[in-house]
Design a protein around this ligand. Sequence first.
Ligand SMILES: Cc1ncc(C[n+]2csc(CCOP(=O)(O)OP(=O)(O)O)c2C)c(N)n1
Length: 363
Amino acid sequence: MLASKLLDLFYKKDIRFITGVPDSCTSELSKYLLNRKNKKFTHLIAPNEGTAVSLGIGHYLTTNKIPCIYLQNSGFGNATDPLTNLCHKYVYDIPLILLIGWRGKPGIKDEPQHIIQGSTIRKTLNNYKIPYYDTNKISINKISNIIDLTKKKNQITALLIDKNFFDKKKSKFKKNRNKINRSDAINSLLKNLKMNCKLISSTGFNSREILLQNHLKDKSPFYLIGGMGHTLAVTLGSLNSENKCHVCVDGDGSFYMHQGSFSLLKKEHKLIYCLLDNSSHESVGEVNLNYSITNFKDFAKSVGFKRYIKITRLNKLNSCLRNLKKNNLPIFIHVITNIERNANLPRPSVKELKKIKQDFMNE
Ligand SMILES: Cc1ncc(C[n+]2csc(CCOP(=O)(O)OP(=O)(O)O)c2C)c(N)n1
């Protein structure tokens, strides 16, 4: 289905507010909403799925209109608190349409981190008494009836969207040659950092690029193939338990998702926090981010980093990493990167995951 067709129906049914966290199954919808000049909808890319549901609650409370929240099933856990403890019929009875990107759908091959949510999401929704529909099995007329029922019963309704539901449009791609490529930034990090550090990297392309480039090196990174947004929390937990220097390589989508973790930074942490900022959720279909932190330097200082450095040139990154001293830490290195469109990056296989964990623990 074209994203525009579903959105036309939403508009007809008086839905005016759409928010969510992008996902590869629903990214056509996010991109359509972001690109449209004539905006019929208020559309917000939310930092996490719980925030998305909460934004929807606020919208309903002031307009009495049903909001639409989109999310990947991997983020369903983030959403369950406001869904069950505020919206549910046992509490405030706040109606919502959930569009849930269904990764790990039985019968469609997918990555290990999607197996549990993919195979249990219908059971979970059943347990939560949230009616759901597999959108591949229903027509647009049926979706129309579902929205009417959602309004009539003031209920939460979930539409499960697999990767084949939305027609994919090829978007134009023009590389910005003035920006650093993520692959070059990661190469620089692996090559130039002389300090003996443990490496932890975020969900999305960062981990996959490190996996690609690290084959010939002797580092044993821990890749957050799931747990998006928790890169820093895992790193801080690890830093609190040992005195070794740690590098946390994060994406901007991941940075915003659970930003509260920064409040736990301590001045004695030997942390190199490296944000590879492409202003996009690139790995789920290049969905642009439109968040409002403009002064990262003030942010970094306010949460306790000793130094903040913004990098827009590769040679500056090389020299920054080569010259890093322990007494500069904790440091926030903010690298402005390109959209690279490199979807063929490797992923760790199920078999490799336990070894990755063990190697990280032994390093
Ligand atoms: C909790 C959760 N929500 C959503 C996703 C889907 N997801 C996987 S990667 C990603 C984008 C990450 O963005 P960023 O950190 O900027 O990295 P990039 O995609 O640019 O490499 C998203 C939204 C997920 N894996 N987990």
